[in-house]
Structure formats: structure tokens, C-alpha cells
Design a protein around this ligand. Structure first.
Ligand SMILES: [Ca+2]
Ligand SMILES: [Ca+2]
Length: 256
């Protein structure tokens, strides 16, 4: 269920702006036109952000969960993008409290590369499919675990993933998540925090985001006019959202 950004509302305005450029001269006109184009792109960026971020209900702990309810294991939103040009998956998520409030907490990003199975079917989750799990610990260390016949594990060191208050951010090299039936642009994912202090098994899992199925990766760069001004990050800066946390990329060279 891959979700794509929709630019249809912005494109007619962009066309009008280009018409202005073709009929009038002068830097002032050009600056006005640039401003209008930027506004159009911000509209598109806003639409894209709205469509690609998976939001999750606060406090929707699983009934079977027996661990900490401090909030840091309660997903508020999550996003996984894939950039074919750099072959990097970018993960971001927000939680209801600062990460670390639950000392035994950790985070699992399940990914279906094409051969995913419903390991939680017995728990009523037939549509949460995965053949890989990325574990992220409270110190930013963890491992990329590829499941199945051609599986393997690549650990990564403390500080590789970025933890900033209630935000968790990680860049993962695509080489660690090779295709297993799907193109990388068609991978799907789900996020479930765990509390290792709870009894082993499903009772450790606090939350799923999305709740009962997987979300599709968002492919970047975004198409068309988004890139006239460089990047979504550039657009966010234009909108006053210049704060961005940059984690180290999880790749084979950072093995511990
Ligand atoms: Ca939640
Ligand atoms: Ca949920």
C-alpha cells in the first residue's frame, strides 16, 4: 500500500507562474515568480508529508503488553523513505515521551523485502509481514537482521542511530536490505517498540505502527517540480523547519 505524494493542486498554479515569466521582464518579476513557485512547492511538500507519515494513536498500548507505559514505547508517528539514487533507507519516528524513559526499551523496524511472513498471525496480526528486522537500542546501537534462507545480521555501533528527545532517526544502507522478491521501492514496513523487562515474547511489544498492517516506503527524490529548489529539506527550511538530526548511515563498514 505504497503512498505517493499528490501534486495535482499545485501544478496549475505552477503553470500560471511560468506564463508570467514568459511574458514579462525584470528581476522583481523573477523574484515574485520564484516566490510563487516556492509557495507551490511548499503546498506540494505539505501534501507529501501529510500522505507519507504514518500517524499512530497516543496511548494505544496492546492489551497483551505488560511493560513500561512511560510513553517512550508509544509510537506517535513514523516514516520510512527510500532514495534509489543513494540506495539509503531513512527512518524517523516520534514517541509520546523522551526515549530512555523505559530503561529496557528498544525498537524494532520490521521490513518486508518480498518474502515476509506473518510471524504475529497467532496474535491476530495476519498483515504485519516481515523478512527483516532492524533493532535499535537506547544508545543508538543495534543490528540489521535479514531473516530466512539467505539471512544474516549486521550489527552497528552505539551512536549510529540518532536519538533526540522523543525522536528516533536512522539511515540504513540499502546493501544491508537486499531485494528478496520486491523492488526496494516496493518494500513495506511496520514499527513495534519492545520492553525487554517484560516477559519474553509478544507481551514485550507495546505498540504497532501502523496498527494492523504494513505501510509502504516513500520513494525519494520526489517527482517533478519538488526538485526545482533542491530538496524537501530545502523546502522545510523555507517553511522555517530547519532543525534536522543527521544520523550516521548504518552500513557494513560500521560493523562492531
Ligand atoms: Ca501509539
Ligand atoms: Ca498503534
Amino acid at each position: 500500500m505504497e503512498q505517493k505524494p499528490q501534486l495535482t493542486n499545485g501544478l496549475p498554479l505552477l503553470s500560471c507562474t511560468l506564463l508570467i515569466l514568459s511574458t514579462e521582464d525584470g528581476s522583481m518579476r523573477l523574484n515574485i515568480a520564484k516566490t510563487v513557485i516556492a509557495a507551490v512547492l511548499l503546498i506540494g511538500a505539505s501534501q507529501a508529508n501529510a500522505s507519507v507519515v504514518t500517524t499512530d494513536t497516543p496511548g494505544d498500548y496492546l492489551a497483551t503488553y505488560t511493560g513500561s507505559r512511560a510513553g517512550d514505547l508509544d509510537v506517535i508517528d513514523a516514516l520510512l523513505t527510500y532514495n534509489p539514487a543513494s540506495d539509503i533507507f531513512h527512518f524517523e519516528s516520534t514517541f509520546a515521551a523522551n526515549i530512555g524513559a523505559s530503561p529496557s526499551g528498544f525498537y524494532i523496524l520490521g521490513i518486508n523485502r518480498g518474502s515476509g511472513t506473518a510471524a504475529f498471525a497467532a496474535n491476530g496480526l495476519q498483515n504485519v509481514l516481515f523478512d527483516s528486522v532492524v533493532r535499535i537500542n537506547l544508545d543508538g546501537s543495534g543490528a540489521v537482521n535479514r531473516l530466512g534462507p539467505n539471512g544474516g545480521s549486521t550489527p552497528f555501533a552505539a551512536g549510529t542511530a540518532s536519538i533526540q528527545d522523543n525522536r528516533l532517526i536512522a539511515d540504513i544502507a540499502g546493501s544491508l536490505l537486499p531485494a528478496n522478491g520486491f523492488a526496494k521501492t516496493d518494500y513495506t514496513w511496520n514499527l513495534w517498540p519492545r520492553d525487554g523487562a517484560a516477559s519474553a515474547g509478544f507481551t514485550q511489544i507495546s505498540d504497532f505502527a501502523p496498527d494492523i498492517n504494513n505501510a509502504g516506503v516513500q520513494v525519494v527524490p520526489l517527482p517533478g517540480a519538488f526538485w526545482l529548489f533542491g530538496s524537501v529539506l530545502g523546502l522545510c527550511k523555507l517553511a522555517g523547519r530547519s532543525k534536522r538530526f543527521v544520523p550516521f548511515t548504518i552500513k557494513s563498514e560500521i560493523m562492531i
